[in-house]
Design a protein around this ligand. Sequence first.
Ligand SMILES: [Zn+2]
Length: 309
Amino acid sequence: MTHGHQRWIGVDIGGTKVAAAVITSAGEVIESVRAETPAAGRAAVLDTTAALIDKLRAEHAVSGIGVGSPGIVDRASGRVVFASDILPGWNGAEVREELEAHTGLPVTVDNDVRVMAHGENMIGAGHGRTSVLFVSIGTGIGGALSIDGRLRHGAHGTAGELAHLLVPVTGAIGCGCGRKDHLEAVASGPAMAAEYASRAGVPVQPLQRVVALMHSGDPIARAVISDAGELLGRVLAGVATAFDPEVIVIGGGAAQIGADLLSPLVSAFRVEAMPPVADTAILPARLGTDAPLVGAGLLAAATRTEVSR
Ligand SMILES: [Zn+2]
């Protein structure tokens, strides 16, 4: 069975916005819509998501829906089994059940970082690779491990998750999980911004403003971003040695800082990792800002393919 002309809807549910797009089986975005994430909790977020889907379906015939959600998602049931406070009340959300009941279409749900990793595997920097460690650096830090083009989920849906690795540094903020000294609390976008505020004595949010300061010659901003990159590189060296991926793909919003973050990351990785792991290719993600939507649409397409064969 071929899906060449079929269309899918990819959905990206985030802490500040919900976005949805019609995607071709080749990962092309046909049309996208978005709305602010309602603060009123789970039901309101699912209502907003359903309304965006309805809007797209009024114009486009689609065969299935893929959803990227924050938190740990049980792929079999499409239920959020753990979520931090990024989305209040999201813990326990029956995303698949609710959206299938509303749309009558098959719905596949996975963690948002896994969805991006899937997109990179299909048409991006991970395409054709035997094993890929995808790392997302953004509002949080996430990761996903793929073998032979397929995401590994592990026994509890956390395989490849990097956010809560213990690091030898205490940052300016606590981790979203409530614990301390975790990678996400030191090297995510908000962590870098908080670290800048702590070192400079001036509150600066979001990370984009720290990046702008760096470009205008602020040495503290440059050091904060470089230090975060170095820490990420050292941590990834250990992870790469444990899982030995063919390539490491770096994505997420903060990764778009470019060489100012990635160069210190790669340098530290090469020093810290055991040979021959130290030579592991480290590539920037290719799908850019549409990655969550494209990945979610391609996830819907891949799920249908699995079911039909
Ligand atoms: Zn944590």
